[in-house]
Write a protein that binds this ligand. Structure first.
Ligand SMILES: C[S@@+](CC[C@H](N)C(=O)[O-])C[C@H]1O[C@@H](n2cnc3c(N)ncnc32)[C@H](O)[C@@H]1O
Length: 269
């Protein structure tokens, strides 16, 4: 484990996460009408800006099929994995660095009856504990900002995918005017925040992949992305709306200093 990795874990870790989420759901009356579902949990367990809406956009790029083996890299407390497994009938492995998040994911899997469809694995995105070619698709939402070695991040994701498989991702990148203002949701300071330029996320710098056309690229992009800037080498640079998306205007985003959003599917050749 690198020093930055330890700090990333410290940033996210806390005790009793699943219990607090389930208590919040009960308090909101969301668990009284029947079994706890991924949709009922969705306001609480998709741990990124715009929550379920952003997950739906990523999954629209992923296009998972029933029965497929999907990998969620940096799956957090498992909300996107449970939602995807339920709505697409696939098996999802949620890999995360933070042990407390992994435990919470397992407890919430049990609470939703999804322990047999969503597997939780503790580990690092830059050293995936999986064999080559073992997954049909992979995705990653708002994780790469914590990872310095982007080349290794993409190389590992693609290594564990079968040829022809898709890797869909979204993350924040650097804006044109330098460091954003900290703290940010993913990092207390620049020591654990590694924002690359939107162009750096393109497939061109990685061997064995090609950018995959975004659905509806000539028609405004997939649902929810209409009006954003055009794709850059298969990766979306979406400064527009980023501040609104997280309900904060004080990250330095509004003056283009802070994060832009990178999004794109790669296809392993
Ligand atoms: C902002 S959260 C997003 C969680 C999840 N993707 C979601 O959207 O609900 C970032 C997650 O990335 C994980 N993470 C950060 N660095 C990682 C690494 N090197 N390997 C695996 N997971 C990592 C953190 O533990 C945390 O769960």
């Amino acid at each position: 484990m690198t020093a930055a990795g330890n700090k990333v874990q410290d940033h996210y870790a806390s005790e009793g996460i699943a219990a607090r989420i389930l208590a919040a759901l009960r308090a909101a009356g969301g668990s009284e009408a029947g079994p706890i579902t991924p949709d009922a949990l969705a306001p609480l367990d998709h741990f990124h800006g715009r929550g379920l809406k952003a997950t739906k956009e990523t999954v629209a790029l992923l296009e998972p099929l029933s029965g497929e083996r999907i990998l969620d890299i940096g799956g957090g407390i498992g909300g996107p994995a449970r939602w995807t497994a339920t709505h697409f009938g696939c098996h999802v492995t949620s890999l995360d660095l933070t042990p407390e998040f992994c435990r919470a994911a397992e407890e919430l899997n049990a609470a939703t009856g999804l322990s047999d469809r969503v597997r939780v694995v503790e580990g690092s995105a830059t050293d995936l504990p999986f064999e080559d070619d073992g997954f049909d698709r992979a995705y990653s939402e708002n994780v790469a900002m914590n990872i310095d070695d982007k080349r290794r991040f993409y190389a590992e994701a693609l290594r564990v995918l079968r040829p022809g498989a898709v890797f869909a991702f979204s993350h924040y990148g650097a804006g044109p005017k330098g460091e954003p203002d900290y703290p940010l949701p993913w990092a207390a300071g620049p020591g654990t925040s590694f924002l690359c330029s939107p162009g750096d996320t393109g497939a061109s710098s990685h061997r064995g992949v090609r950018d995959r056309d975004l659905p509806g690229q000539d028609g405004g992009g997939p649902a929810g992305l209409a009006g954003e800037p055009p794709a850059v080498g298969g990766t979306r640079a979406a400064a527009a709306g980023a501040a609104d998306a997280h309900g904060r205007a004080d990250w330095g985003i509004s003056d283009q200093r802070g994060p832009e959003c990178g999004r794109g599917p790669f296809e392993r050749t």
